[in-house]
Design a binder for this molecule. Structure first.
Ligand code: NAD
Length: 299
């Protein structure tokens, strides 16, 4: 029988990911700061414990899926953190999207305790997490990659090795910066076309057979009524929150500053999503930038 896997952070993504480990026959030992977040996974058969340290006492492979860098620092190095009780040789996989510099710090701290830390952020939303269709971008020591891959393939369709620790985060941050730029570009383009008298469905169809086509135009169109089954068809509920996109663009900005890299459109996208967060769009899907642009222009 399989040895238990620890899972910390049972939010929108963590709960369906941990369920897929259970489905593949791995006993799961889980925890979250909010006990109510644990209910669904407990009902599915996971053992719920009180702290990350307790998870580390009971499991020698642990996955974390937390909102941002400070939560990861707390869960690994805090007073009840994983590293207080981690066993030698434990494999620690962080799938949160965080600053690559924090991933590298966690790897150093883990190594001091004789454990191995890898970053493995994901692309694909809650739907992909439920259907085990995520893409994992993995950074860390290559010799440990096979051990990580065994678990990640239970939760994802693509697992890609990127290089040393932190490079998984680098790939994820680059992807989301381009996603944000593409989404804002699609939203402003669609809005301009509508004001020029074009039917939005027809305009989307033309873009999608032309050189302006992108994921935001053909798979996740931000204009209500153009596509079904996307957040724009449901008042921008669910999906990928504006707050999380603003966080990822902040990470892009930090890494660009550290490497003296110009990212003019990434910076502008960051500020647009920051303003949206303070204007009532924080909990809407990030494609609500279309609605935001309409309101601004209408005033
Ligand atoms: P979420 O906020 O729904 O879940 C995070 C969970 O972590 C919450 O249940 C929270 O209570 C828990 N948590 C926070 N601090 C903790 C602590 N100190 N100890 C234990 N538990 C703690 O977030 P999510 O949507 O599941 O996203 C998680 C990560 O995945 C983020 O970094 C996000 O950017 C990334 N991501 C999300 C999506 C998406 O579509 N939602 C897609 C790709 C990547």
């Amino acid at each position: 029988s399989k040895t238990p896997v620890g899972f910390i952070g049972l939010g929108n993504m963590g709960t369906p990911m941990a369920k897929n480990l259970l489905r593949n026959g791995y006993p799961v030992i889980a925890t979250d700061v909010f006990p109510e977040s644990c209910k669904e996974l407990q009902d599915t058969g996971a053992q719920v414990v009180d702290s990350p340290a307790e998870v580390a006492e009971k499991a020698d492979r642990i996955i974390t899926m937390l909102p941002s860098s400070p939560n990861v620092i707390e869960v690994y190095t805090g007073p009840n953190g994983i590293l207080k009780k981690v066993k030698k040789g434990t494999l620690l996989i962080d799938s949160s999207t965080i600053d690559p510099a924090v991933s590298r710090e966690m790897a150093v701290a883990a190594e001091k305790m004789g454990a191995v830390f890898m970053d493995a952020p994901v692309s694909g939303g809650v739907g992909a997490a439920s259907m085990a269709k995520l893409t994992f971008m993995v950074g860390g020591v290559e010799e440990e990659y096979n051990a990580a891959q065994e678990l990640l393939t239970c939760m994802g369709a693509n697992v890609v090795y990127c290089g040393q620790v932190g490079t998984g985060q680098a790939a994820k941050i680059c992807n989301n910066m381009l996603l944000a730029i593409g989404m804002i570009g699609t939203a402003e383009t669609m809005n301009l076309g509508i004001r020029l008298g074009l039917d939005p469905k027809l305009l989307a169809k033309i873009l999608n057979m032309s050189s302006g086509r992108c994921w935001s135009s053909d798979t996740y169109n931000p204009v209500p009524g153009v596509m079904e089954g996307v957040p724009s068809a449901n008042n921008y509920q669910g999906g990928f929150g504006t707050t999380l996109m603003a966080k990822d663009l902040g990470l892009a900005q930090n890494t660009a500053t550290n490497t003296k890299t110009p990212i003019p459109l990434g910076s502008l996208a960051h500020q647009i999503y920051r303003v949206m967060c303070s204007r009532g769009y924080a909990n809407k899907d990030f494609s609500s930038v279309f609605q935001f642009l309409r309101e601004e222009e209408g005033q």
